[in-house]
Each structure stands twice: as C-alpha cells, then as structure tokens.
Design a protein around this ligand. Structure first.
Ligand code: ZN
Length: 258
C-alpha cells in the first residue's frame, strides 16, 4: 500500500489517527433529537415567550426567597450549557405553590413551583425537572404545537403573511391561539414528553448530574400524586415505561460532552 511508503514518523502518525477514529467512533449511541416543523421564527419565539412571561409574572405569586431562587437558577445555568439548538435567553423563576409542577414558555422562560423544590430530595432530582423543561424549549415543542394548529386553523392567513412584525402573541390570539391554563403551547404530545425525558437525561449527564435521579424522582411522584394532571407527570400514563426509556438512554450516553 502506498500509505506505508511514507516516512516512518508519518506512518506512525497516520496509524495513530486511524486507530483513534476506530476507538472513539462506536462508543456513543445516544438518541439524536431535532425540533419538528415550525412556522415561527426564533426571534418571534423569543418575543412570544417574553410577552407570555410578563403576563405570568403579573398573575403568579413569585417566590422572593433569594437563596431558593439562586439555587434554581444555578442548576438551570449548569444545564443550559448542554442544551442543543439556539442559544435561547433561558430564565428560571420560582412560583410559590405547593402543587408539584413546572412549565416552560417558548424561547426560554422556565417556571418551577416551590412544591417541586420541597419534594426533591437533592439537586439531582430538582435538575431532572429543570432539564425536562429546558428540553421542551430546546426542541421548540410549544411553537411546534402552535404551528400545527396554525396550519389547521388559518392556512390562508399564513399565506397572506399574518405572522409578520408586531406582537406575535396578539397575532396568534387573533387565530384563537392564546396562552392560558390549557394553552396549546403547553399541551405536549406523549412523543414530545418522551423526547423531553431523553434530552433531559442527556443534559443532566453532561452537566454532571445523576440521571438515575430523574427515574427515582418521577417514580416517587407517581406514587404520591397518581392521577393528577401536572406538566412534569402529564402524558405519561405508564411510569414504568417512562423509567425504562430513561434507563435505556443512560446506557447509551457514552462519554460526557464538553
Ligand atoms: Zn413535559
């Protein structure tokens, strides 16, 4: 082979490169996830989230305890370093509410109830909820839902360029797509929940949290909160199946991402 007529030093270098490729390539088999189709631009998505967050901040009892807020923000900050996709302006707020819940708005704002913080036995469990919500943002699940609804409800308006400049939320409201308790933006499919668990598992692992704690936490919550419709527990009628999906992903994670 021509390769081996190279100088001896170069031969060693070529072999080293070839072997390194062989040794590193097959170690990783983690699930690759990509956002679905979307009609809302990234800028509009961020603006939409900001408008919705301003509205939420007025209506919801935000926690003032700065130590609690700092703990949540710090864990969130560690996780978003490993979030794929656009560099969204992620923010983390705590709502004074005993119910175990958390939710994410498009483009970055994430809210977690004090009930979750109290129920979590450690930072890893709290990180599992935040990672799940960050994944919904990174995979653009909210605006993907809205895009599907837009195509179904107002195809002519879209062709006519209704989504242009100005308040995105106002324009979506004209189409009957608004934020609220049962907002289309926050009603994820079972597949979207599965994706959020898988990507959440990956981000936890890369950020140095133990993803096994995600399984432990939602098994604990399923035992104590069976049948309640909470975002973190919603669309997961079979907790055993959910644990299985996360465990399978943990086994495939390979080396940590930097
Ligand atoms: Zn979810």
């Amino acid at each position: 082979m021509k390769l081996f007529r190279l100088l001896p030093g170069a031969r060693v270098a070529v072999l080293a490169v070839l072997m390194a490729g062989v040794l590193t390539a097959p170690l990783e088999a983690r699930t690759r996830l990509k956002p679905g189709f979307n009609m809302i631009s990234l800028d509009q998505e961020v603006q939409l989230g900001r408008e919705a967050a301003a509205d939420m901040d007025r209506k919801l009892p935000l926690e003032r305890n700065s130590r609690l807020k700092a703990r949540v923000s710090e864990i969130g900050r560690q996780l978003v370093r490993y979030a794929p996709g656009p560099r969204y302006p992620y923010s983390f707020k705590v709502i004074r509410d005993k119910n175990i819940n958390a939710f994410a708005l498009p483009g970055g704002p994430i809210y977690v109830h004090t009930g979750v913080i109290e129920a979590a036995e450690n930072d890893h469990q709290l990180a599992s909820v935040l990672a799940h919500e960050i994944a919904h943002v990174a995979l653009r699940h909210g605006t993907h839902n809205a895009s599907k609804a837009m195509v179904a409800q107002a195809p002519l308006a879209i062709l006519g360029g209704l989504i242009g400049s100005g308040s995105v939320m106002g324009q979506l409201a004209q189409m009957g797509l608004a934020f609220g308790a049962n907002s289309i933006f926050l009603k994820y499919s079972r597949d979207a929940e599965r994706q959020a668990d898988i990507l959440g598992t990956q981000m936890m692992y890369d950020a140095g949290y133990n993803p096994e704690e995600m399984v432990r936490f939602f098994e604990k919550l399923e035992r104590s909160h069976r049948g309640r419709s909470l975002e973190f527990l919603s669309s997961h009628p079979n907790p055993g199946n959910r644990s299985q999906i996360v465990r399978r992903e943990i086994a495939e994670l390979g080396p940590r991402r930097r």
